[in-house]
Design a protein around this ligand. Structure first.
Ligand code: GDP
Length: 173
């Protein structure tokens, strides 16, 4: 068990090109399972979720971009202090995969040192995949990223994204 009574909180941010399904992922994960609080701030929103990991619990503060990436107005302020970063692409859109790799580089150079990064291949329910699964897996492995495939539409794989990241976050005992 964690010592002390307070649950450790981690800031988690979602990144990725517009329309890859970031908000859909958050909503798929957060609906129906736990209570949630949504708070609006200037230009971005976050939701708190407590993650029960068996031996211990952590609290995620999950930030969604509120669409700022559409206007190229997403500043480093958004991901400042984030210990976990979920970078999503749409498997039917190769440009979104290239953009995801740009985000990985940006987080590595300007984000929180040692932030855990999850690369998420979303929309696997669709046909006509443009992004090669093996290529993405190899890229993730060689860049020390967690990698998950999912569909926010069907729900397949979505929990794995958030639980996989949560388990990878460093917890002080
Ligand atoms: P965001 O701009 O990255 O937050 O993307 P949204 O969550 O707004 O989703 C963009 C569009 O993609 C919407 O029309 C969603 O319904 C759709 N979408 C999101 N996730 C999926 C998915 O897993 N499968 C399919 N088929 N559509 C999805």
């Amino acid at each position: 068990m964690l010592q002390g009574s307070s649950t450790i909180q981690f800031k988690i941010v979602l990144l990725g090109e517009s329309a890859v399904g970031k908000s859909s992922l958050v909503w798929r994960f957060c609906q129906d399972q736990f209570s949630e609080t949504i708070e609006s701030t200037v230009g971005a929103t976050f939701i708190h979720r407590v993650m029960d990991l068996g031996e211990y619990s952590i609290k995620l503060q999950i930030w969604d971009t509120a669409g700022q990436e559409r206007y190229h107005s997403l500043t480093p302020m958004y991901y400042r202090g984030a210990k976990g970063v979920i970078i999503t692409y749409d498997v039917t859109n190769n440009d979104s995969y290239e953009k995801a790799k740009d985000w990985v580089n940006e987080i590595r150079t300007q984000g929180t040192p040692n932030a855990k990064i999850v690369l998420v291949a979303n929309k696997i329910d669709l046909e006509d995949h443009q992004v090669d699964q093996m290529e993405a897996m190899k890229y993730a492995e060689s860049n020390d990223l967690l990698f998950f495939e999912c569909s926010a539409k069907t729900g397949e794989g979505v929990k794995d994204v958030f639980f996989g990241l949560s388990k990878a976050l460093p917890v002080k005992w």
